[in-house]
Design a protein. Structure first.
Length: 118
């Protein structure tokens, strides 16, 4: 499984940005695909995730502002970010977890930097 994240950049507070995570390889193994972020000096945290069944989960800090969605035809998971705040500044990572029957392994893509600044 390979994950390719893209879409980061610099945006003003209140602005929007869409991140993309292109997934390739043994996609059938994957249970959950999510977006995580890591700000300087802080631990990586889950931002949003979407399961194989389509269920979604969001961190409290982004509820109502971020939306995770997937395009199964393109094997891509998106994170639409709106009403961005300076505290959303971080490196965003795409991560995926395999089903337990496939070992439950965690896969990571490279990060993409999001900077929210005026």
């Amino acid at each position: 499984v390979q994950l390719q994240a893209s879409g980061g950049g610099v945006v003003q507070p209140g602005g929007s940005l869409r991140l993309s995570c292109a997934v390739s390889g043994s996609i059938f193994m994957l249970n959950v695909i999510g977006w995580y972020r890591q700000a300087p000096g802080q631990q990586r945290e889950l931002v949003a995730a979407i399961s194989d069944g389509g269920g979604t989960n969001y961190a409290d800090s982004v509820k109502g502002r971020f939306t995770i969605a997937r395009d199964t035809g393109k094997n891509t998971v998106y994170l639409q970010m709106t009403m961005l705040k300076p505290e959303d500044t971080a490196v965003y990572y795409c991560g995926a977890t395999a089903f337990r029957g496939y070992g439950g392994r965690q896969y990571w893509g490279q990060g993409t930097l999001v900077t929210v600044s005026s």
